[in-house]
Design a binder for this molecule. Structure first.
Ligand SMILES: *Cc1c(COP(=O)(O)O)cnc(C)c1O
Length: 399
């Protein structure tokens, strides 16, 4: 406490792949984090949609501490009972199918890309192309990056994996006209996180599902950011009633402990055979215990419903601000507690101003202020956040 961070030391020993940070975080509890000077912040970023049940939730802490003392890791040479329980629960929330565990969102998407290869290489034509969306984000590994359109992530890393075709998000006709005899799959987010909180319309998702049926394509959904109760459903796509063939999850699943997963339906899960794919860490006893605790808290505290209700309250407040600051805000985007304030200005000065006031939010896509509070957030905390956003907007407006 009371100790300032040492930026020169940070920059001396850490590779500069992130923007130089200005805050050193040392503690979290519920909706709050504290920096090393003792300053308290309302955390409306949740470690980028990760700490969905808040920081250091007592149920989570107790489970993880107990498991850490019992068994942390043993590898997938063995059956891990926590993996089996977690897979069973995930299946019960999605539908008949099976689960494969990994360690991150990028890895989950890699597994989906590999699934599409196993699928497409079965056919005579060796279908190896995947349709993906403009403005999408699927991670930083070479496969997931190849599925990500934005230059800012791709630049300098070419050559990337060939075979990804970018189609305009929510433009069904563009997806349809891009299908050819090499197309194996369509991969999209139900709500674009990094891309600026654009929500897939029901008619778009239903149309994609129909295209996949008609052309025998895999329907793949990336729920890494929108998933795990954040949008008022367990997964974002569930709002529209479609049923994808395979789904990537990560971020909120472990409540802060790294874990990723894919769910694959019963028709396609047998494509993975013994030895075809794997990971040393994936689905460790400790990671699965952390995720089981997250699912238990979601259930016990009704967080799916709560994300919906709290999301409405936060949204209403943001809509009011939109009317009051028409020269700064264009519109409110997103769903549940995955909300974005579409801005007519660069979000960075507002993000910095809010930090000063004690609110952590994060930018998205150069024109959006992204708000991802923990799903356990209270009404009072939402009101405090709205007050700080209003003050931040006033400061921006008077500049
Ligand atoms: C964050 C994110 C990823 C990448 O997850 P990592 O755990 O950072 O690898 C993939 N897809 C979406 C939609 C994401 O938001």
């Amino acid at each position: 406490m009371g100790k300032e961070m040492n930026p020169s030391k940070h920059n001396k020993f850490l590779i500069g792949n992130y923007a130089p940070p200005s805050i050193e975080v040392t503690r979290g509890k519920g909706s709050f984090i504290w920096d090393s000077t003792g300053k308290k912040y309302l955390d409306f970023a949740s470690g980028i949609a990760v700490t969905n049940v808040g920081h250091s939730h007592p149920t989570w802490v107790e489970s993880v501490q107990k498991q850490a003392a019992e068994l942390v890791h043993c590898s997938n040479l063995f059956s891990i009972p926590q993996q089996v329980s977690l897979a069973e629960q995930i299946v019960s929330k999605i539908g008949p199918g099976k689960v494969l565990f990994c360690n991150s969102g990028a890895e989950a998407n890699e597994a989906l890309i590999k699934l599409s290869r196993l699928f497409g290489n079965q056919s005579e034509k060796q279908r190896t192309n995947i349709l993906v969306a403009t403005n999408g984000f699927h991670g930083r590994t070479m496969g997931a990056l190849s599925a990500t359109e934005s230059k800012k992530y791709r630049q300098g890393f070419e050559p990337l994996l060939p075979g990804f075709t970018f189609c305009r998000y929510n433009d069904l006709a563009h997806f349809e006209s891009s299908i050819n005899d090499k197309t194996a799959a369509i991969l999209i987010e139900s709500i674009q996180g990094e891309g600026g909180l654009e929500v897939a319309t029901d008619s778009f998702l239903i149309g994609i599902e129909k295209l996949c049926t008609k052309h025998n394509l895999l329907f793949l959904i990336d729920e890494v950011q929108a998933g795990i109760a954040r949008t008022g459903n367990f997964l974002g796509y569930q709002e529209s009633g479609v049923q994808p063939h395979a789904i990537a999850m990560a971020k909120g699943l472990g409540g802060g402990f790294p874990i990723g997963a894919i769910w694959v339906n019963d028709s396609y899960s047998p494509l993975f055979t013994p030895g075809s794919h794997g990971t040393t860490y994936g689905g460790s006893p400790l990671a699965c215990t952390a995720a089981l605790a997250v699912l238990k808290i979601i259930e016990e505290e009704g967080l799916v419903e709560k994300a919906n209700n709290s999301g409405k309250k936060l949204r209403e407040g943001l809509e009011c601000l939109t009317k009051r600051f028409p020269s700064i805000i264009s519109h409110v985007k997103g769903r549940g507690l995955m909300l974005g304030l579409g801005l007519l200005v660069d979000p960075s000065p507002l993000v910095a101003n809010l930090r000063e006031k004690g609110l952590i939010a994060v930018g998205a896509a150069n024109n959006t202020l992204r708000l991802l509070p923990p799903l356990t957030v209270s009404n009072e905390e939402i009101e405090d956040a709205l007050d700080m956003i209003e003050a931040g907007l006033n400061a921006i407006a008077s500049n």
